[in-house]
Design a protein around this ligand. Structure first.
Ligand code: PRP
Length: 179
């Protein structure tokens, strides 16, 4: 798998210290309040775990499974909910946890979906942000890293469902997805 990675963009250590710093910011912002972290599967799984274990506020977690890439490298713009929330979110401070925001289609869909519910507040925390690819405007409250327009995998991010288990963010060699 390593042979298919052109370069390491963000190391495991950089990810760990950023997850800790984001958790500290969240704790400070919500001092004394309860939180509900909602991870968007599957990509957010490792980031959700690292963020969660650094958060000291009283919190619950939930997951949604959504998909819009359907195996390709470009967003289809069509977001499917494969697994919904498992609890009501009325009067809760929700933080949606994402691995990456690219076109913004996924979070555009999800924020509209959450707006129809009675949460006390809804914010977004993403490990990676790729602003150059944005198709729809998204307000993002917590960002780990702004990255250039390269096809990245690892630490939850996939190509064709592979590479999620790499502990770092790497740039995939173009020949892997070109062929
Ligand atoms: C990826 C990623 C984000 C979304 C971001 O999910 O995890 O949810 O794409 O892209 P966007 O801003 O262009 O919508 P994907 O649909 O590939 O599902 P996955 O999390 O199961 O990999």
């Amino acid at each position: 798998m390593k042979n298919e990675i052109k370069q390491v963009m963000i190391t495991e250590e950089e990810i760990q210290s950023t997850a800790k710093a984001l958790a500290e910011r969240i704790d400070a912002d919500y001092a004394g309040e309860e939180l509900l972290l909602v991870g968007l599967l599957k990509g957010s799984l490792p980031f959700m775990a690292d963020l969660l274990k650094n958060i000291k506020s009283k919190c619950k977690i939930d997951f949604m499974c959504v998909s819009s890439y359907h195996g390709g490298t470009v967003s289809s713009g069509r977001v499917n909910i494969l697994k919904d929330l498992s609890q009501p979110i009325d009067d809760m401070n929700v933080i949606i946890v994402e691995d990456i925001i690219d076109s913004g289609n996924t979070l555009h869909f999800i924020t509209k979906y959450f707006a129809a519910k009675n949460a006390k507040s809804v914010r977004i925390c993403t490990l990676l942000n790729k602003p150059s690819r944005r198709e729809v405007e998204i307000d993002v409250d917590y960002i780990g890293f702004e990255i250039p327009d390269e096809f990245v995998v690892g630490y939850g991010l996939d190509y064709d469902e592979y590479y999620r288990n790499l502990p770092y963010i790497g740039v995939l060699k173009p020949e892997v997805y070109a062929g």
